[in-house]
Design a protein around this ligand. Structure first.
Ligand SMILES: NC(=O)c1ccc[n+]([C@@H]2O[C@H](COP(=O)([O-])OP(=O)(O)OC[C@H]3O[C@@H](n4cnc5c(N)ncnc54)[C@H](O)[C@@H]3O)[C@@H](O)[C@H]2O)c1
Length: 372
């Protein structure tokens, strides 16, 4: 494969960081430039092991900064944009939708415009691609017996997050139809795995259980999600870039539907096993119920449901499978086991994030703390 020059937006976030690790491991000759604004969700520590690679460059900046984006595309002669940067947490979008409109809609439009200019300036010379990373949430919700979403399912977003992603998908398609920009889109189900910020369901449950804190489950826990191990998502995007058809949209799913409550119970079982089998871990996490011979499941507690909470998502990924042969490598059990092992082995990555969260909480609730 010829040397590609990638711009990965949001590469310090959860999936973006996993993608950059995946790509630099598999395509050592490619140039990889990460553009990330380092919001609360961006963590440079996730990219730390890559800083010494000559082909890797981290740029701290905003996708809405037109001058910066234009200069990066031109100076680095970027031919592949993989666009992950987004505000991504549904709960935050319910409380403060503005940032979602700004980054997910306006930021994507800014990138598209800069990409169009770069591609039109060098149309003959480059094999150009703008790949937009989107979500299953644009399709809205399913009931128990509905068939899984296909690429032609109507858009019906429920949350401000999903609406902002839906809007960005429409703009990407419009740039294809109006200007011919070589784009592709993937809509993926819920991801989990290493480097996941501990406000999202799976890492939150792991780190709370380790410190003996409650495991909050929305409503009665019956909402169903389809989960995909993050490295499988990265491989799927790779396949779309190499074998997918320009202008097409591909659903990506794990084929692993499970209710939130059963998911949390599975995590508790894995933690009980891991902590129960290791004296060292019992010493490190003395407040975890599994360190005292009880089950982490004792910490499960039901909290008021999220407004507009979609009941079920499920993805039909046949189009991607038929076009590229892609199948996930991990099933839910093997993927969750890898994830639990990663969090147990990488407390140095997640602990400072919790400490920062705690410090913010103290500042908000006790503004005079520490002052004389
Ligand atoms: N996490 C999932 O389960 C999932 C599933 C399907 C699709 N997606 C999509 O995948 C993408 C990545 O999701 P994630 O979970 O890794 O998100 P994340 O919140 O972990 O990371 C987002 C990254 O984008 C950066 N960012 C935010 N605003 C920016 C801006 N204005 N300019 C530059 N960088 C900015 C943040 O600093 C962060 O590093 C998103 O587009 C999301 O919609 C996520």
């Amino acid at each position: 494969m010829p040397r590609n020059k990638l711009l990965v937006t949001g590469g310090a976030g959860f999936i973006g960081a996993n993608f950059v690790h995946y790509w630099t491991r598999n395509y050592r000759r490619d140039r990889v430039v990460v553009l990330d604004a380092l919001t609360y969700a961006g963590n440079p520590a996730s990219l730390e092991p890559l800083q010494s690679l000559p082909a890797f460059r981290f740029v701290h900046g905003d996708i809405r900064d037109a001058t910066l984006v234009r200069a990066l595309l031109r100076d680095e002669r970027i031919n592949t944009i993989v666009h992950f940067a987004a505000e991504s947490h549904v709960d935050r979008s319910i409380h403060s939708p503005d940032a979602f409109i700004h980054t997910n809609v306006l930021g994507t439009c800014n990138l598209l415009q800069a990409a169009r200019e770069a591609w039109e300036a060098d149309r003959e010379a480059t094999d150009f691609r703008f790949h937009h990373v989107s979500t299953d949430e644009v399709y809205g919700t399913l009931s128990r017996d509905d068939p899984a979403f296909v690429e032609t399912s109507p858009y019906d977003p429920s949350s401000p997050y999903a609406a902002s992603k839906a809007a960005s998908d429409h703009f990407v398609r419009a740039y294809r139809r109006t200007y011919g920009l070589p784009v592709s889109i993937s809509n993926c189900s819920n991801n989990y795995g290493p480097y996941h910020f501990p406000e999202k369901l799976i890492p939150l449950m792991i780190v709370n259980a380790l410190s003996g804190a409650k495991l909050p489950v929305y409503g009665d826990g019956s909402n169903v999600r389809d989960w995909l191990f993050v490295e499988d998502h990265c491989r799927a995007i790779d396949r779309i870039l190499r074998q997918g058809t320009v202008g097409e949209t591909y659903n990506i799913g794990g084929g692993a539907e499970i209710s939130n409550l059963d998911l949390v119970r599975n995590l508790c079982r894995l933690l009980d096993e891991a902590i129960g089998a290791s004296r060292a871990l019992q010493g490190t996490y003395p407040d975890c119920p599994a360190a005292r011979g009880s089950s982490c499941a004792d910490l499960i507690t039901f909290v008021a449901d999220r407004p507009g909470h979609d009941w079920r998502y499920a993805m039909d990924a046949a189009k991607l499978r038929n076009a590229t042969g892609f199948q996930p490598d991990e099933n839910l059990v093997s993927g969750l086991r890898k994830t639990v092992q990663w969090y147990l082995a990488n407390e140095g990555w997640w602990r400072p994030l919790l400490d920062a969260r705690y410090a913010k909480w103290v500042r908000q609730n006790y503004p005079d703390a520490g002052r004389t």
